[in-house]
Design a protein around this ligand. Structure first.
Ligand code: ADP
Ligand code: ZN
Length: 748
């Protein structure tokens, strides 16, 4: 028998299978999905591969499979799904299979690690900018050392053995880094069970309200009838969506089937998990979370694979958990951007959920207080069943929202970031010992540095983007590539000394609040204060438990937590998202304002929300004052329809990047020509734009161009693009890399 094997490789041309002979003694062990080792080309060592098909014979002269892993990792349906994904997301099948493998696959000593209780772990002692400086100043030269450090920047606190295998460096290299003060190697207690330290009180189902009961019944019918129906549970924050999920999962569990419960990464807090543990107990639950160590994730993965845990709670990638007998998929906060992957494979978890739902005839429940335009559109067409929860479950009122016009504030002579109305409200709140959240979606101190004399603006030397001033280190930072330099006192162009700092970030806001309210305690939460493991959690706990007066933060403050004592939320500048070059600007603004507003007054005290803006007449701001999603949806849908934006058509972005701009021009123009000819031939209704530089046309010294296609993302365009990649793009040897992203989160 012959196996078609896909080899683990990022090389584009290897996105095809190779035939290998299955030796007689392996025939029993090898099936579709088996992990094998094979000799490939002239490479000395054996390469990893997966069997994706088995057939009688091959037209080629074939080698034998060298070895096969005893355990099965992926099964035939999963290999099918990986193939489907690779075609749809324009990537290698192997990239997709990787998402379905147990964490740490490929590392030899995973097995050994499972039995051990404490192991050497490595953590960083320097931060990213210090490391970047050392690289720039040639203090750090060894490529291997840099590789290890870069890996640690993205995944701090990694087991030594993992680090060695993943980065393929020897222990000596890591020891050198320790000697030079970059990392620390320490004995880490391995928590075999990430919940073990917790004793959570068990509770039972609540009596559902009428609305909840209706929603529950509808989904229950679908479960009973093995229907692949989709439901949108649209309910304001605190309306009891989670209680509905819990009872649906209970039903599925009672039938011996599994549930996948997805939540946005940032909402996957211990509090969230506790609600499930207190209902179902630890033994039934597995949590898949990027903050778990590789070993912990491995345990959770096997807890699912072995059938012990039938409830999977996790972020995006948990959709690939190895569940048997799937009974329901629930996607909470379904509008959240984190459900779309911004890395290869650039999948949207909802596509995958629909694929699985269809295949296994199970219902999908999407939940949100501010549904994604696309989801609501599908609900309005009847493709998704709309289930509404219109009231808060504990009868607390929705907060009162007021809008302050900052232009008017300026006319009145108030140049501060805090309007008179917000100032008075904070003052009142401090007096009443209530807590306040101030939200500003920009970090740093000043966002824009300019020379008054010649108009010079400080831009990153690697990226075409302005630098942000960070007062604590007195440095300018690029928020795209992390490049830093000293703050300017003299203009590099005209040598003038009139350097001015414009714009505001969370650092400046905190400084201003400390000046205006010297007695108030404040805590800040943004990327600069949140870095180590759990720190996001720690800041929020501190705010809650120590009753800090004012929490100042970016986007991060919006999600999750329930703060009973918060009665005032101030939005410092509602316009930050409005002026970006993105068709979803209004949607994002509406969502974020509604969500921040939802943080106020969740208990008996009524909440107050003050939104400051330069665009009080903008509809997304106006409707968030009314907290009326449907008004917002109707108007936004009209605009999107006129402009041919999702949900009325899809946006396919072909992104090109290279250090050589001429190469980009050439390649993107060839791709454009090919697409144009195919589209004209096939007569597809499509809008194809010419290649142009992206809004941010340079990042990390690479030029960025793009081609935008507007059309329905269906088989014919998918085929055309795949052919283009294979026949035009893949055939050339140039410096240009290309990605294809469908309805990308980030249009910049
Ligand atoms: P959501 O998920 O929509 O934000 P939750 O499910 O968290 O809402 O519910 C908000 C609060 O209301 C929680 O404290 C929850 O325990 C309570 N709650 C939900 N449903 C009921 C119910 N049927 N009866 C009483 N309290 C409820
Ligand atoms: Zn930069």
């Amino acid at each position: 028998m012959i196996a078609e094997v896909i080899i683990n490789s990022n090389v584009k041309n290897l996105n095809r299978t190779f035939d290998y002979n299955i030796p007689f003694d392996m025939e029993e062990k090898i099936s579709i999905g088996s992990r094998v080792l094979v000799k490939f080309g002239n490479i000395k060592s054996l390469e990893e591969g997966f069997v994706v098909n088995i057939k009688e014979s091959s037209e080629f002269q074939v080698k034998d499979i060298a070895d096969v892993e005893e355990k099965d990792f992926v099964d035939e349906p999963r290999v099918e799904m990986a193939k489907w994904m690779a075609h749809r997301y324009f990537c290698n099948v192997f990239d997709c299979i990787k998402l379905m493998l147990p964490p740490g696959t490929g590392t030899k000593d995973v097995q050994k690690r499972v039995r051990e209780k404490s192991l050497n772990s490595v953590r960083l002692l320097k931060n990213k900018s210090q490391i970047d400086d050392d690289i720039e100043n040639k203090i750090l030269k060894s490529e291997k050392q840099i590789k290890v450090l870069n890996f640690l920047i993205d995944n701090d606190d990694v087991l030594l053995t993992d680090l060695e295998t993943i980065t393929e460096v020897s222990k000596a290299i890591i020891k050198t880094l320790e000697k030079n003060g970059y990392v620390e190697i320490y004995e880490k207690q391995i928590e075999r069970n990430p919940f073990i330290h917790k004793v959570v009180e068990r509770n039972t189902s609540l009596n559902l309200t009428e609305e909840q009961q209706h929603a529950y019944d509808m989904v229950e019918n679908a479960i009973d009838d093995y229907m692949n129906s989709e439901f949108l549970l649209y309910g304001v924050t605190g309306s009891g969506k989670t209680e509905v999920y819990l009872q649906l999962i209970k039903k599925v569990l009672a039938e011996g089937k599994s549930s996948i419960m997805l939540v946005p990464e940032i909402s996957l807090t211990p509090q969230t998990v506790d609600r499930f543990i207190s209902r179902f107990g630890q033994e039934n639950i597995a949590v898949l979370h990027s903050k778990l160590s590789v070993g912990e994730r491995y345990d959770q993965w096997y807890k699912i694979k072995s059938g012990k845990a039938k409830i999977v709670i996790g972020a995006r990638s948990a959709i690939f958990a190895p569940v048997e007998d799937l009974g329901i998929i629930i996607i909470d906060e379904e509008h959240d951007g984190s459900y779309k992957s911004e890395m290869t494979p650039r999948y949207n978890v909802k596509d995958i959920a629909r694929y699985l739902g269809k295949k296994y005839d199970v219902p999908i429940v999407y939940g949100s207080a501010t549904p994604d335009m696309d989801t609501y559109y599908r609900a309005s067409k009847g493709d998704i069943e709309l289930l509404e929860l219109t009231k808060r479950a504990n009868n607390s009122k929705l907060p009162k929202v007021e809008i302050v016009d900052l232009k008017q504030e300026l006319t009145n002579g108030n140049r501060s970031m805090i309007s008179t109305k917000l100032y008075k409200a904070i003052e009142e709140n401090l007096k009443n010992k209530k807590q306040t959240i101030l939200f500003l979606n920009r970090r740093g101190y000043s966002t824009f540095v300019m020379c008054r004399d010649c108009g010079f603006t400080a831009k990153c030397k690697n990226c075409n983007i302005t630098m942000t001033y960070h007062i604590k280190q007195n440095r300018l930072k690029c928020h795209y590539c992390g490049y830093e330099c000293n703050a300017l006192s003299v203009c590099p162009d005209c040598k003038g000394k009139n350097i001015r700092y414009f714009g505001t970030g969370t650092q400046k806001l905190e400084a201003e609040i400390n000046k205006l309210f010297p007695k108030a305690s404040t805590i800040r939460m943004d990327v600069d204060t949140v870095n180590k493991k759990n720190s996001h959690e720690e800041i929020l706990n501190k705010f809650k438990n120590e009753n800090i007066d004012i929490l100042i933060g970016t986007q991060m403050v919006v999600k999750g937590h329930h703060f009973p004592n918060v009665t005032l939320v101030g939005v410092i500048a509602a316009d930050t998202n409005l002026n970006i070059d993105d068709y979803r600007a209004s949607e994002k603004t509406f969502q974020i304002l509604t969500q921040v507003a939802g943080r106020a007054g969740r208990e008996k005290d009524e909440g107050n929300v003050i939104i400051q803006t330069y665009n009080p007449d903008n509809f997304s701001i106006e409707f968030s004052k009314k907290q009326d999603y449907k008004l917002f949806y109707n108007l936004e849908a009209k605009l999107r329809k006129q402009l041919k934006y999702p949900p009325f058509c899809d946006i396919i972005m072909l992104g090109f990047s290279s250090e050589n701009e001429n190469d980009i021009k050439k390649v993107s123009s060839d791709v454009h020509k090919y697409l144009k000819s195919k589209i004209e031939n096939d007569n597809i209704p499509i809008i194809l734009y010419k290649p142009v530089p992206a809004p941010i046309d340079k990042i990390k010294n690479k030029f960025r161009w793009r081609i935008i296609i507007k059309c329905k993302f269906e088989d014919n365009i998918i085929d055309i693009i795949n052919n283009c990649i294979n026949n035009v793009f893949g055939k050339r040897n140039s410096s240009v890399s290309m990605i294809v992203d469908v309805n990308p989160n980030n249009m910049l």
